[in-house]
Design a protein around this ligand. Structure first.
Ligand SMILES: [Zn+2]
Length: 53
């Protein structure tokens, strides 16, 4: 599962096998140094779910 910051296009990955991929992505988003400091909530979005294979 992948998430992307809508402001700086940073990408974050989460392992769907752990069952908390989305929260893991959110944690990475919270920790990353965004170029847009005025980023508000929900700036990160899940752009793709691991439905393949
Ligand atoms: Zn960002």
């Amino acid at each position: 599962m992948l998430g992307i910051c809508e402001y700086c296009n940073a990408q974050f990955s989460g392992d769907p096998n752990t069952g908390n991929a989305q929260s893991a992505i959110q944690e990475q988003f919270n920790a990353h140094k965004c170029k847009r400091l005025d980023a508000s909530q929900n700036a990160v979005r899940v752009v793709r779910e691991a439905t393949d294979e």
